[in-house]
Design a binder for this molecule. Structure first.
Ligand SMILES: [Zn+2]
Length: 560
């Protein structure tokens, strides 16, 4: 007798084929059978009339590396239909890490991924130094969903070079030591090697994240080391200066796929992302596997001037990085500083988070009642009223409130026609939730539900079956997760049961449940009826179960 029998579900198998109404039997963590009127009994019957059943969502871009050591429930992703998460993106991992580098690693994460230093200090369980030891911890502790982990360039570099990792190029000997660590991680079961060359990625005190100091030959050597085992995906969050042609040469040398982030649409330079997608397509025609990570969410960030992530990637903002208190206020008040920021924003750029679109920056919350009339208004609007420059208006308001004013900026990906083209590009992967990071800035962990509800159902940007494929079998194939991502007999029973008429993601809301009671933004699923991981239920209509089983597996075996 099977463990579970879903009756009359509209089954999307993940391949993109049209759905059909069927019964699905689950036994021992796997899909035992699919068909009409499967033998009527099971330990549990799930009536699925009017509901859709699909493979669980694979989230290919998360940052749960730290959180997972204290929270095996990796909230909020599981309740949002995610059954497999890939961690270690951008190379911002916590392993390998020597005890003397733990503080720097946490401080870097605080800056680059907007994680609270107190939360990391209270939360991370540091019972590992090497990458294999980290994986051993994950496997010992278990997780509610399946996890695949990249080995991260910045951690590998810091392990070998210590504090010099953020300051200089590596010697040949250091590069050889890094290669050794990458090989060791791949043998232990890493899904690939992740790195970043993005100028938006700054660590403690505004120093670049270590991987940004890598010369091309170091990058090539490490990707080569990853590929020697015949497996692995090279993941890079690239700066505007990194050429697709260079990444194509790495794919050619290593024979491995290259996953390129973060391809977001920028209204002030609307063609650049399509040029990059064209270059990716051309590389594929030459037989190289390049994939562009795109997002189905508008990139909106809440921030204060104490930690203004949207502008921290500007070269002109550099003097402010690492400053605190009066020194920071003095700089923000200075005319020279403001003039250089204005000059940079006025110049064209290939990739920039914030592009001086002041009509897309709003005041969310003022600290003093006398400024309350500014709330919900855009900086552009306030500047027009006061006949002043918008940067001056924003900074003066923040300075008048001890930098506690909360702003929100709609940064990228707001042009729906453009995003629709990106989501349908043959070599794009719908991704970039950044789940686990930037917890107080934004939360896109529900990206999969948003693709199903907003893009497929509401806008008709793609058939629902295609949206399902892009969240399931497409990433499974790229990563070599051979028994996941499709709802076929014999495959693992990672499943999402949902109402196709209402599925979507709820609004963001603030909760205070991190170690020490620190705040984060979260979001609830809409139209989610149940989530199963390896055949075991972990979430129902009201979200994550109270004590869900740690049903996930640490994935360490990937197809070539
Ligand atoms: Zn990232």
């Amino acid at each position: 007798m099977p463990d579970i029998l879903f009756k009359n579900a509209l089954v999307f198998d993940g391949t993109g084929s049209p759905p059909s109404v069927n019964d699905v039997a689950i036994d021992d963590g796997r899909i035992q059978g699919i068909g009409c009127d499967l033998a009527g009994t099971a330990r549990q019957i799930v009536r699925a009339d009017g509901l859709a059943l699909m493979p669980g969502i694979i989230d290919s871009h998360t940052h749960y590396d730290a959180q997972i050591t204290w929270d095996p429930y990796v909230r909020p992703s599981p309740a949002l239909g995610v059954t497999t998460a890939v961690i270690g993106n951008c190379g911002f991992t916590i392993a390998p890490c020597k005890p003397e580098d733990r503080e720097t690693t946490m401080r870097n994460l605080t800056q680059v991924e907007g994680m609270s230093l107190d939360v990391l200090r209270q939360g991370i369980v540091w019972d590992f130094e090497t990458f294999p030891e980290y994986l051993a911890q994950l496997s010992r502790k278990g997780c509610v969903i399946n996890i695949a982990a990249y080995v991260g360039h910045s951690s590998v570099r810091t392990f070998v070079m210590g504090s010099a990792a953020s300051r200089r190029a590596a010697t040949d000997q250091e590069t050889a030591s890094m290669q050794h660590l990458v090989r060791e991680a791949m043998q232990a079961g890493a899904v690939g090697f992740a790195s970043s060359t993005s100028p938006a990625h700054n660590g403690e005190g505004g120093l670049p994240m270590p991987s940004r100091l890598a010369e091309d030959r170091e990058m090539r050597a490490l990707v080569q080391a990853m590929g020697e085992c015949g497996r692995g995906v090279y993941m890079l969050t690239k700066g505007g200066h990194t050429q697709i042609s260079f990444l194509e040469s790495l794919a050619a040398d290593s024979g491995r796929p290259v996953m390129i982030a973060a391809l977001l649409h920028n209204s002030t330079n609307p063609q650049v992302v399509f040029k990059e997608l064209d270059a990716i397509a051309a590389a594929n025609e030459r037989g190289r596997k390049l994939i562009g990570q795109v997002s189905c969410c508008e990139l909106t960030m809440d921030f204060t001037m104490l930690s203004p992530y949207p502008v921290e990637g500007l070269a002109s903002w550099k003097p402010a990085l690492g400053l605190k208190g009066d020194a920071l206020k003095k700089l923000l008040a200075s005319d020279d500083f403001r003039a250089s920021v204005r000059a940079e924003l006025a110049a064209p750029s290939n990739f920039r988070l914030f592009n001086g679109e002041w009509d897309k920056v709003h005041v969310v919350e003022t600290a003093s009642a006398s400024n309350a009339s500014c709330e919900q208004r855009s900086i552009a609007d306030l500047a027009r009223d006061r006949q002043r420059d918008p940067l001056d208006v924003m900074l003066d308001l923040a300075l008048a409130e001890d930098l506690r004013t909360v702003f929100t900026a709609l940064l990228l990906n707001s042009d729906e026609a453009a995003v629709r083209r990106m989501l349908n590009h043959p070599h794009s992967l719908v991704s970039l939730s950044d789940a686990g990071a930037h917890l107080t800035f934004f939360n896109d962990a529900g990206f999969g539900l948003h693709l199903l509800g907003h893009w497929a159902r509401e806008l008709g940007a793609m058939p629902l079956s295609e949206a399902v494929r892009r969240l399931t079998s497409q990433p499974a194939r790229i990563f070599g997760m051979r028994d996941r991502g499709v709802l076929h007999e014999g495959k693992r029973a990672d499943l999402l049961l949902f109402d196709p008429g209402t599925v979507g993601r709820g609004p963001k809301r603030r909760v205070f449940d991190l170690p020490g009671g620190a705040p984060r933004l979260t979001t609830d699923g809409i139209g989610v009826y149940g989530v199963w991981v390896n055949g075991r239920m972990i979430a129902d209509r009201s979200g994550l179960l109270d004590s869900p089983p740690l049903a996930g597996e640490l994935l360490t075996a990937f197809a070539a």
